[in-house]
Design a protein around this ligand. Structure first.
Ligand code: SF4
Length: 213
């Protein structure tokens, strides 16, 4: 029942919007950095910060690890909360350097539960950021939940309003095939639907592909 509902949501969104080609980024490292930078800001601001890092030739684990904190913060200033985010990035890089000898491929080759545990142990990395890195940078099957997921599913009574991050994640992971490509596309489609139709204050149900679901 839940499986059919979830697949119906997916199919309608996919038919309406088409493939979303997430996550934008040339390398897994860039995707990981983008996942940290996108906290509490829009993607346009993240792109400016990424462009600064690219322009300075420091968008690699080695080069960024060698950057002084103040300079890193300057490069990522457009993404907002730049001192905090620079600290988070440095914590993450330090963790990979210390525990995985700076080998990103080795780090990303850990099993999804191990990888997310490791990421969650880094100060400043929460569940959504950790799961975005596992799914979009490491290409491993874990479902990313965000406010749009919660809003859309609760408005359609697929979940209770008070469901938390892990309950929603479990719902997807227990009822859908463990498929990174599906999880990738599904999350991106929910974000698109949330931004365009399922707005917080005033949902635009009449135009939305999920109307009368
Ligand atoms: S806009 Fe309306 S139809 Fe679309 S997802 Fe939100 S509640 Fe559902």
């Amino acid at each position: 029942m839940i499986t059919e509902q979830l697949l119906e949501v997916y199919q309608r969104l996919h038919d309406h919007f088409g493939p979303q080609h997430w996550w934008p980024g040339d390398t897994p490292f860039e995707v990981m950095v983008g996942a940290v930078l996108t906290q509490n800001t829009n993607w346009q601001n993240v792109e400016k910060a990424i462009d600064n890092l690219k322009g300075a030739g420091v968008l690699s684990l080695e080069a960024m690890s060698a950057l002084p904190a103040g300079l890193l913060a300057e490069y990522i200033r457009p993404a907002g909360y730049y001192n905090i985010k620079a600290g988070r990035l440095r914590n993450l890089l330090q963790f990979i350097n210390h525990n995985y000898d700076g080998d990103l491929d080795y780090f990303f080759a850990q099993s999804p539960p191990t990888l997310r545990e490791e990421l969650l142990s880094v100060k400043g990395i929460g569940p959504e950021t950790a799961d975005s890195i596992v799914l979009y940078a490491a290409g491993q099957p874990v479902f990313v939940v965000d406010a749009y997921t919660h809003r859309i599913l609760s408005r359609h009574n697929i979940i209770d309003e008070e469901y938390g991050y892990y309950e929603i994640q479990e719902l997807f992971m227990d009822n859908l095939a463990e498929d990174a490509a599906l999880f990738n596309e599904y999350h991106a489609l929910l974000v698109r639907a949330g931004k365009e139709y399922c707005k917080k204050s005033k949902p635009r149900c009449e135009q939305c592909p999920l109307d009368r679901l």
